[in-house]
Design a protein around this ligand. Structure first.
Ligand SMILES: Nc1ncnc2c1ncn2[C@@H]1O[C@H](COP(=O)(O)OP(=O)(O)OP(=O)(O)O)[C@@H](O)[C@H]1O
Ligand SMILES: [Zn+2]
Length: 712
């Protein structure tokens, strides 16, 4: 059924079915996996016309509360039920019957085996535990034929096994670490929440206060209270690191199941299958883990709840934190959010008494919060072509002299954000988008960060044909790293951004080297801001603390505040006190003031007030409607027709159409409406009436974004 809202099928004689059963059905010329939604049939479709269900899988049915949630979420996000169900079925390879599969594992190497590079890769990937030819080939990056060839040569042992064994049960009875009195009190409150069996709590604790230790107590309690309870610990993708998994393994005695975009298909299949049969009881995952086929979910932890990465930006535009809270409320289980910089949505929910607030105001152990200073770049700016102010250079000198580590934070990938022709002023843009190309020196290419388009950096200006006139403008991480290496030739300088850690494993390596003190200066984008513990890191410099304040985004100030406090929170997490320098051209901005004074709540209150004044979230509700088409006239026609058809509704306003900030992206033109309502408005009903009244023009795509976070 993952096609639309559902289809009717006939049940063949002798097949017993109930809602939630997973089946194979014919759909047009194909056979697809579907889920039985109801046994009620549509009286308008004569039984004789129905095609029959082909097969029912011998697995437990999806839980009734999961079906109900899919229905609810589909209505909330105004998408087809089938589209949401497709996310639930994302591990459907777990349906194939794999009992008694042939697997391959390490064997003593016979002398006469010819070893090629591909064969070596397989031998390296093979272990004591058997893997199917497919899984082993995937790990080694070769074809299955290579695996079979090695087995035939006697270098791998063939064996029959279950490739998706159940997960070992988490040992909730192990003692956790000794908690501080503050942490104990917090854990006590969460245990109360588990006993009550419902409600949302926020662990509001400064960076390094030990929020993880506290919520792990709640996890243990939920596992203990119900022998079939399942628990999900959700993190932003990027924070799902090895040290975090190791911490969970320490606490519960077994490696936790984990789920995110980088897990192998074998792991994905196993987790999905074992969540469905209920034997996998503890999953650590990124946002999509919310849609695993849970049987008895009893607790969700949402760590770093403020993180914008919880909002999915393509496909179904859901917000995983919001969905977790909604799921808990509808299925009656507790949800625990954690953050040092909670979102305004969550802050307001706490103030209105809807969420319980658990506070951890100080760092654990001897560590204290770093001292934060704003460097006024208007007075003490850097020399031209350089990006570090003299005071920052001085502080870095002192830190390196003490053999401590420095983090230079700049949320801009690449070498330079803009490439200009010095002769004619031409700004390099992508050929099919209104986006600037960013120079990446590392690869010597110009890259569009919106679409991923890239091209070699040309020798000549494409506009005026002058040679060698294309010049980088402004800094990216690569350029700051270049400056650091020039100034401190002996220092070990490395870059942490999605370009330098693009392979699975490379981020792990880099974090390991940083933790072990093998890097002196780490130049990093937001990728390094989250959750890491670098014991010898005592100085953080935000190279451009204003970046992010511009752009007219509703949440610009809030996000800048959050990311700068998170980055600052990396400094001085062990015994040595940390220092943070924020280079800013707007030192009087409330964000800078709140960071240096440490008066977070003043900032939050001021920000709440200004949102309330303009009726914006979290006080009002927003939805975006994005129209896109390859042909501009059709797009404009559709936009005008919609603009004329805006229905009247009390408390709801529609703005637009306006060109989206990137009007042309990948050759597609985009116009946008923004709908604002009050907290009580039914935006979905309004939008559905409105869009339903105007038949879309051919080839114009309309996407509804409920609770938008991005306005491009
Ligand atoms: N009770 C405890 N016993 C021993 N070590 C602890 C305890 N509580 C916290 N720690 C240590 O303090 C450090 C910070 O803890 P943790 O990572 O849980 O903080 P956090 O509040 O999640 O921080 P952030 O918001 O910065 O990610 C970690 O190295 C952790 O191991
Ligand atoms: Zn030119």
């Amino acid at each position: 059924m993952p096609a639309g809202d559902g289809y009717d099928y006939a049940v063949p004689e002798g097949m017993e079915l109930s809602p939630g059963d997973i089946v194979t059905v014919p759909l047009g010329p194909r056979q697809v996996t579907g889920v039985v939604w109801t046994d009620a049939s549509d009286p308008n479709v004569p039984d004789a016309k129905l095609k029959a269900i082909i097969e029912r899988y011998d697995v437990p049915p999806l839980a009734p509360q999961l079906l109900a949630f899919v229905d609810w979420a589909a209505r909330y996000y105004m998408v087809r039920r089938g589209a949401l169900l497709r996310m639930v079925l994302r591990g459907e390879q777990g349906l194939s019957d794999v009992r008694g599969k042939t697997g391959f594992r390490k064997a003593p190497l016979p002398d006469d085996v010819r070893l090629t590079a591909k064969r070596m890769a397989v031998l390296e990937a093979a272990g004591e535990a058997p893997l199917t030819a497919k899984d082993l080939a995937e790990r080694a990056g070769v074809t299955e034929a290579v695996v079979r060839g090695l087995a035939n040569a006697g270098a791998l042992e063939r064996t029959v096994f279950d490739p998706d064994p159940p997960f070992d049960a988490p040992q909730y009875g192990l003692p956790g670490r000794a908690l501080s009195p503050e942490q104990s009190a917090g854990a006590g409150e969460l245990r109360e929440l588990i006993a009550e069996g419902a409600g949302t709590a926020l662990i509001d604790g400064v960076t390094g206060s030990g929020k993880t230790e506290v919520y792990l107590e709640a996890v243990a309690e939920a596992l203990r209270a119900d022998p079939t309870a399942q628990v999900l610990v959700m993190l932003p993708e990027i924070a799902l690191t090895l040290p975090f998994l190791a911490r969970l393994e320490d606490r519960f005695g077994v490696p936790p199941a984990h789920w995110h975009s980088d897990v192998s298909s074998a792991q994905r299949r196993r987790v999905w299958k074992r969540v469905l049969d209920g034997s996998c009881r503890l999953v650590v995952g990124a946002r999509s883990a919310l849609f695993l086929p849970w049987q008895n979910l009893k607790l969700i932890i949402v760590d770093e709840e403020h993180d914008p990465a919880y909002k999915q930006q393509d496909g179904i535009l859901y917000h995983a934190r919001d969905m977790a809270v909604a799921m808990g409320a509808r299925q009656r289980f507790p949800v625990v959010l954690a953050s040092a910089t909670p979102s305004l949505e969550t802050v307001l929910n706490c103030e209105d008494g809807r969420y319980r607030r658990v506070e951890l105001p100080s760092r654990f152990g001897p560590a204290v919060l770093p001292e934060i200073r704003v460097l006024d770049m208007r007075g003490e700016g850097s020399e031209s072509g350089r990006w570090l102010a003299p005071k920052a250079v001085g502080a870095i000198n002192e830190t390196l002299a003490k053999k401590q580590q420095v983090l230079l934070y700049l949320n801009r990938r690449g070498y330079a954000p803009v490439t200009l022709c010095r002769r004619c002023g031409e700004r390099m843009t992508a050929p099919d988008s209104d986006t600037w190309l960013v120079e990446h020196k590392y690869t010597n290419r110009l890259v569009c960060h919106q679409t991923g388009f890239s091209m070699p950096k040309p020798d000549k200006c494409p506009h005026c044909d002058a040679e060698g006139t294309l010049a980088p403008c402004g800094p990216g991480v690569e350029r700051v790293a270049e400056e650091a290496q020039e100034r401190w030739p002996d220092a070990r300088v490395e870059i942490f951004s999605s370009d330098t850690v693009d392979r699975p494993g490379s981020a792990k390596d880099l974090l390991k080297r940083m933790t072990a003190g093998e890097i002196d200066i780490l130049v990093a984008t937001q990728a390094a801001a989250k959750g890491h513990n670098f014991p010898a890191l005592t100085l953080v410099v935000a190279v451009d603390a204003d970046l992010g304040l511009s752009g007219g985004d509703l949440r610009a100030a809030e996000r800048t505040y959050q990311v700068l406090s998170q980055v600052s929170g990396r400094a001085g997490r062990a015994a040595d006190k940390g220092r943070v320098l924020l280079q800013s051209y707007q030192p009087q901005h409330p964000v800078a003031a709140a960071l240096s004074s440490g008066l977070r709540d003043d900032f939050l209150n001021a920000e709440l007030l200004s949102r309330e004044e303009i009726g914006m979230p979290p006080f009002g509700r927003l939805a975006g409607i994005i129209l896109s088409a390859q042909e501009e006239p059709k797009l404009m026609e559709d936009a005008r027709a919609l603009a004329q058809a805006v229905p009247h509704a009390d408390g709801i306003e529609v703005w637009g159409p306006a060109p989206a900030p990137f009007y042309r992206l990948r050759g597609v033109y985009r116009q946008r409406f923004l709908v604002r309502g009050t907290k009580r408005s039914n935006l979905q009903a309004f939008i559905s009436d409105w869009l339903g009244a105007v038949k879309p023009k051919n080839a114009v795509r309309r996407v509804v974004d409920i609770d938008p976070y991005n306005f491009f």
